[in-house]
Design a protein around this ligand. Structure first.
Ligand code: ADP
Ligand code: MG
Ligand code: ZN
Length: 501
């Protein structure tokens, strides 16, 4: 098969995503009072409603409606004042009532937009002029959101046992109804994405937005956020949409990217060979790095969708919507702009920190505990040192103060981080106790520099002959002479000064 970059020269990929997010931060399920939890014994959290017993009546979870309205506000959707729940029929071993309660043509949230900022590889301007160029050369493209609707999750099935000749290798299927009836929101984009990288970034941004709203733990790995990728190809310049295929339940950003990449290349090969793409559901096999056909697509008619007679149409009051609006916190884009504007952070650092509410809270706590002007150093620590570690805001602040003072090197900061992690030790105290603090006494350092220059005549000559790299060697000699207590940055400055004389 041809490579993606090559395929995309002749073909335009058209991608739309359907993203399911379970509202894991709620206490109870969507239409009953059963506890929402994943750690309990299988089938511990069930009742007549979520088991589909005859005569059991659903009662909508108000907190779930609040969450979806907040999601709609955060993605610039129109909040529909009247919408309904529908029944979608199917044979569902994992949903005992054999229909899923979902929404019809009108969802709680319609016609939204999430701006995607793409830079570097994969950045693509839209021929229709919807793309804006930012000062630092990235592209901002609005991705339209068709709708966000409310539905309920199905139970979890576990396939076990097995042996010769068993389909899929399992002999038994177990069902855990704890997840059955869990509140789920589904967001559907318009087919506005153009590359696997854009799709990956969109998912990431959506995840950041929902995490910031606090409506879900948004774990792709554990399945509280899952995504279907739809993709078709058309010749560049063509405006009609091609036939799409759909990859279901993708559970990592990398899989989303790789599945779309594979599928784009596969479709190009089919179309270039004179074949046709069938509208079908395909399954991504990460281990074999390919998609395989699963089933031909059902249409909405096949599901016999109709309004659920047990659930009255939903009328949202202005007051309710305003209450939801008031609960929407500062969103990642606004936070990023504030970090750039008031703390002077680099845009990329600011965006990375603002994307994760826990990281943002730590950053702000550390900035508040630090001296003025240290914020960019705090950001540096948070972005480049902290991932994979857990420190308190006070410890992050301590490390940042030391770095900003040139009292320690970045390598020492890394060492220090490992010493204080998991304790309540103050990095500034540890530095003093262990004598790690570096000398910034210029007079003392100058003496060392002079001594080193005196005995390294060869390197000095090489430097003056144009070999600037020997400075590294000389800094090393100075560090050694100072027994590691000198500041390498200052040594570097002093050496360059003296050698330039
Ligand atoms: P389905 O009924 O197959 O689920 P929808 O019309 O509901 O299809 O669209 C599902 C997703 O597929 C949406 O995100 C939409 O933007 C996207 N989509 C629709 N048509 C195409 C197409 N021709 N190529 C790529 N994506 C598409
Ligand atoms: Mg679909
Ligand atoms: Zn229940």
């Amino acid at each position: 098969m041809r490579r993606l970059a090559e395929v995309l020269r002749d073909w335009e990929a058209v991608i739309g995503l359907e993203v399911h997010t379970e509202l894991t931060t709620l206490e109870t399920k969507m239409f009953c009072g059963c506890r929402l939890s994943h750690d309990d014994e299988p089938n511990a959290n069930v009742c007549p409603v979520c088991l589909g017993m005859p005569g059991a009546l659903p009662v909508p979870n108000e907190r779930a409606i609040e969450s979806i309205v907040m999601a709609g506000i955060a993605t610039n959707c129109e909040i529909m004042r009247r919408s309904m729940f529908y029944r979608k029929h199917y044979f569902y071993p994992d949903m005992a009532k054999n229909f899923q309660t979902t929404q019809g043509p009108v969802a709680f949230c319609m016609h939204g937009r999430l701006d995607l900022e793409v830079s570097g590889i994969g950045a693509q301007e839209r021929p229709d002029g919807t793309t804006e160029r930012t000062a630092d050369g990235s592209y901002v493209t609005p991705i339209r959101i068709l709708r966000i609707h409310m539905e309920e999750d199905a139970a979890k099935m576990v396939h076990v046992g097995g042996g010769e000749g068993r389909i899929g290798g399992a002999s038994e299927s177990l069902v855990d109804y704890n997840r059955c009836g869990a509140p789920l929101i589904e967001l559907v984009t318009e087919p506005d994405l153009r590359t696997p990288e854009e799709a990956r970034l969109f998912m990431e941004r959506l995840r950041q937005t929902f995490l910031t709203l606090g409506i879900s733990d948004c774990s792709l790995e554990h399945g509280s956020m899952r995504c279907d990728g739809n993709v078709s190809l058309r010749r560049r310049g063509e405006t009609e949409l091609g036939t799409k295929t759909e990859m279901k339940n993708i559970n990592s950003l990398k899989s989303l990217h790789d599945a779309l990449e594979y599928e784009i290349c596969r479709q190009a090969e089919v179309l270039e060979g004179g074949g046709r793409v069938y509208q079908e559901t395909r399954h991504w096999e990460p281990s074999r790095r390919r998609t395989v056909a699963m089933r031909m697509k059902e249409t909405a008619d096949d599901y016999r969708m109709y309004p659920d007679p047990d659930l009255a149409p939903f009328d949202l009051s202005d007051e309710f919507v305003e209450r939801c609006r008031a609960r929407v916190p500062e969103l990642p884009d606004a936070k990023r702009d504030r970090y750039v504007g008031s703390f002077g952070l680099r845009r990329a650092d600011a965006a990375q920190i603002a994307g994760d509410p826990a990281v943002a809270a730590l950053f702000e706590g550390a900035v508040a505990a630090s001296r003025g002007g240290v914020a960019p150093t705090v950001a540096n620590v948070v972005v480049n040192l902290l991932p994979g570690h857990v420190l308190s805001a006070a410890q992050v602040s301590g490390l940042s103060n030391l770095l900003a003072d040139d009292a320690i090197t970045f390598a020492q900061a890394r060492e220090l981080l490992e010493i204080v992690e998991g304790t309540d030790a103050d990095p500034e105290r540890v530095v003093d106790e262990r004598g790690m603090r570096q000398s910034t006494d210029v007079g003392a350092l100058e003496t060392i520099v002079d001594e080193v220059l005196g005995r390294c005549a060869d390197q000095v000559r090489q430097y003056r002959d144009g070999n600037r790299k020997v400075v590294g060697f000389l800094v090393g000699q100075c560090m050694k002479a100072s027994k590691g207590t000198g500041n390498p940055k200052l040594f570097n400055q002093l050496l360059s000064q003296k050698l330039g004389e």
